[in-house]
Design a protein around this ligand. Structure first.
Ligand SMILES: [Zn+2]
Length: 431
């Protein structure tokens, strides 16, 4: 292996991973787990496959620690969303290397980080690295659908395999430049996905005589329109304050929205979802027959809560905004919405990498508008988790556009940067 660089090794492993179709559903992630096991075995890293069903295995690899320091988990998932080859310029499962980019479904989300984590483990193992606490690598199934074959199942059925003090996962690492200063975004918290149903009641009747009925769809339309202009009270979280502090100062919470009008669009797009909960009506169902005025209309609203915010509190605000009308509000579920403290040894380890790479750059916390697998280990073990995989060569807006879309690809420069980052954090935390 002497002639092979970390960069080449990560590139080759990623290309092999991308050639495996792990579109979820159905997933078939065992192929990826087997490939990783063969690769890690050769480097002398102990691996175990854990599977609820044979074709959907999770891989957990471990470099045992000395037992006198914190343990670290490099977390990732091997499944991907689907890809429509007609929309792509190249075969989504070719693993093609073109213009110093590796192409394929999952290159960014997140087989790139899977490959980088595996190469970091192999590199450290070959060096004879003996960390203070265990260094663990988990490549999990079923993140994209979440039907309990992946990390949720591992945390419940094999907690000893994935319980650590600290964890690095996906969700952050983007580099943005604000007023000339580079910022690297670290996801220390995530919003809760908390959709609700509005059931609007009227009175059914023959559609040829609308006057004798009370059309629930028309009533619902008024509520939907009102929801479209809902602007909840902003709230500054520790993450938002940390973000603003890096920009030069924490604004007054009452003036924060007005202040945003003046900042760059990329920053505004980042900060807006961190300020308050959001509501987006997305699905509607009323009469099943054209000539029957609906007596009931159901509207499904996507809703994202700030970490720490409760459904009861948001329901009060929504009801107050909508006013009295003939409807019921029913919560469908609540997933995610967890956070980890900032200013931990893991934070310092990530920050030291950023400073070494770019001395004038700052590491800033963000709240992810969506959620990842991070909440499972936060909830199960109180693990401190940050979403961070540095991206410098690829523009943040391009990366955001390519995830779950056509022509997904990762620059080899970023794959190498990410691999070096994971090696750095493991060494720093494991000294
Ligand atoms: Zn992902």
């Amino acid at each position: 292996m002497t002639a092979v660089t970390l960069r080449d090794e990560a590139t080759e492993l990623l290309r092999e991973l991308l050639r495996l179709d792990t579109v979820n559903p159905p997933g078939n992630e065992t192929q990826a787990a087997e490939l990783l096991r063969a690769y890690l075995d050769e480097a002398g890293v102990a691996c175990e496959l854990y599977a609820r069903v044979p074709e959907r295995a999770n891989l957990v690899a471990r470099i045992p620690g000395r037992g006198d320091g914190p343990s670290l988990l490099l977390l990732s998932h091997t499944d991907t969303v689907l890809a429509d080859p007609d929309e792509w310029s190249l075969d989504p499962w070719s693993g093609e290397l073109l213009d110093e980019h590796v192409w394929g479904r999952g290159a960014l989300d997140m087989k790139g980080q899977v490959a980088a984590s595996a190469v970091a483990m192999a590199t450290l193992a070959r060096e004879g690295f003996r960390p203070a606490g265990d260094l663990v690598f988990a490549a999990c199934a079923d993140e994209e659908v979440g039907a309990d074959f992946g990390l949720s199942w591992l945390c419940r059925e094999h907690p000893e395999a994935v319980r650590t003090d600290y964890c690095i996962n996906e969700g952050g690492g983007d580099r943005v430049v604000v007023e000339g200063r580079p910022l690297y975004l670290c996801a220390g918290a995530e919003k809760m996905s908390s959709p609700f149903l509005l059931r609007v009641r009227g009175r059914s009747g023959h559609a040829s005589m609308p006057g004798i009925a009370d059309n629930a769809l028309v009533r619902a339309a008024r509520l939907v329109e009102r929801l479209g202009s809902l602007e909840p009270q902003p709230r500054l979280l520790p993450e938002t304050e940390g973000f603003f502090r890096a920009l030069g100062g924490v604004p007054d919470v009452s003036a924060v929205r007005e202040g945003l009008a003046a900042v760059e669009p990329v920053v505004r797009a980042l900060v807006e979802p961190m300020l308050a909960f959001t509501v987006s009506p997305t699905m509607i169902q009323a009469s099943r027959q054209r000539n029957v005025v609906p007596g009931v209309c159901e509207v499904v609203c996507d809703c994202r809560l700030l970490p720490g915010q409760t459904q009861a509190e948001v329901e009060r605000a929504v009801r107050e905004w909508l006013g009295e009308d003939n409807y019921e509000l029913e919560w469908i579920e609540g997933v995610g919405g967890t956070r980890s403290p900032l200013g931990t040894p893991l934070w310092d380890a990530v920050e030291s990498f950023v400073h070494a790479e770019e001395p004038d750059a700052a590491l800033v916390p963000i709240v992810l508008p969506g959620f990842t697998d991070s909440h499972w280990v936060r909830e199960a073990f109180g693990t401190v988790v940050y979403g961070f995989f540095p991206m410098r060569a690829m523009d943040v807006e391009l990366a955001a556009r390519l995830v779950h879309s056509a022509d997904e690809r990762i620059p080899v420069d970023d794959l190498e940067l990410g691999t070096r980052f994971l090696v750095h954090v493991a060494r720093r935390l494991g000294e």
